[in-house]
Design a protein around this ligand. Structure first.
Ligand code: NDP
Ligand code: OXD
Length: 315
């Protein structure tokens, strides 16, 4: 019984090497090419070829090598009996929190403005710079990633609120849920951070109607949008229109409607936008292969799998 990798867009070599080192007795295929598909028990995947997983008759568990499962759930051929396990790991949460904090601080401390001044050799302070305790950060999504970001933002003294599907309680975080809750979160947010999974309910949420509900009288000269969830959650034409008409004062985007972001997109050159290439929190081969081998050992000893995706919910 073997393990099969099916990964697109990444170099799978370090993953295969680490897995073989951790579990030397197991046959590990780096790709479906030439593999005995009839003997595959576990599949480790990122955006696998649609239809492939349905062709593995002995498949017992799918390990998605990222946290988001929108891509794999689009493959309707995956038999419902096979559990899909996603990434929930400190190595990922810490990376995402670093990215979120970097972006929040960049806008809070006007990094883009001072960068332009540096380029022009201008020595000039913005008078009346707000303190973190005067800035409200609203987190869309209070899961593994949102909750970790909240913890560190609180340590920096930001006011933190969050929105989830179900009611949730986190220390020192104002929490909201449901449609009414979303409006209440938006109207109190100077900085909106999206860490939501892409589902039928979250697609297109980051659009002009939401931007218009954000807090307007905060200390940053207007609301800021930060998105590292999925590009399908944002309407880029609305983001640009909102930046142009002052509905948004700035944005940091790690994910895009189409990736890679087209070189013709105005987002690249916008003076109040930070673009990163969907790398806010990369999957770390070392930590994640260790976690997967641990899960396989527990599972084979009769224990439960952790972090199984609820396919009905979509995340
Ligand atoms: P989790 O499943 O742990 O958390 C998701 C959160 O979103 C939960 O709080 C959930 O609510 C909330 N949520 C889902 N649907 C809704 C809804 N309709 N209304 C309100 N809240 C909702 O996911 P993670 O935190 O691990 O990851 C979040 C996403 O981040 C991933 O799905 C992926 O898209 C993205 N990501 C991006 C990366 C990057 O590099 N840019 C890297 C890793 C992940 P509830 O608590 O009630 O279930
Ligand atoms: C993920 C991602 O979902 O990197 O893990 O986007």
């Amino acid at each position: 019984m073997s393990i099969l990798f099916s990964v697109s867009g990444w170099d799978v070599t370090p993953w295969v090497a680490r897995l073989r080192a951790l579990d030397p007795d197991r046959v590990v295929h780096a790709s479906p090419d030439g593999a005995d598909l009839a003997a595959v028990r576990y599949a480790l995947v990122w955006k696998p070829e649609p239809g492939l997983l349905a062709r593995l008759p002995k498949l017992e568990v799918i390990f998605n090598l990222g946290a988001g499962v929108d891509a794999i759930l689009r493959d309707q051929t995956i038999p419902p009996r096979i559990p899909i396990v996603r990434v929930v790991d400190d190595s990922m949460s810490m990376r995402m929190t670093e990215w979120v904090v970097l972006q929040v601080l960049a806008h809070h401390r006007r990094a883009l403005h001072y960068r332009r001044q540096q380029r022009d050799h201008v020595w000039q302070d913005i008078v009346g710079q707000a303190a973190a305790r005067d800035v409200s950060v609203g987190l869309l999504g209070l899961g593994a990633l949102g909750a970790d970001a909240a913890r560190v933002l609180l340590a920096l003294r930001f006011k933190v609120a969050g929105w989830s599907r179900q009611p949730k309680s986190l220390p020192n975080v104002e929490t909201y849920h449901g449609a009414d809750g979303l409006d209440r979160l938006l109207e109190r947010s100077d900085i909106l951070v999206c860490l939501l999974p892409l589902t039928a309910a979250t697609g297109g949420l980051l659009s002009m109607p939401s931007f218009r509900k954000l807090k307007r009288d905060g200390p940053l000269g207007g609301p800021i949008l930060i998105n590292a969830g999925r590009g399908g959650e944002q309407v880029e034409a609305d983001i640009l229109a909102a930046l142009d008409d002052g509905t948004l004062a700035g944005a940091s985007l790690d994910v895009f409607e189409t990736e890679p972001l087209a070189s013709s997109s105005r987002l690249w050159d916008h003076p109040r936008v930070i673009v990163t290439p969907h790398n806010a929190a990369d999957s770390e081969p070392d930590a994640l292969t260790r976690a997967i081998v641990g899960q396989i050992r527990r599972y084979e000893a009769g224990g439960p799998l952790a972090n199984v995706v609820d396919r009905g919910r979509g995340y």
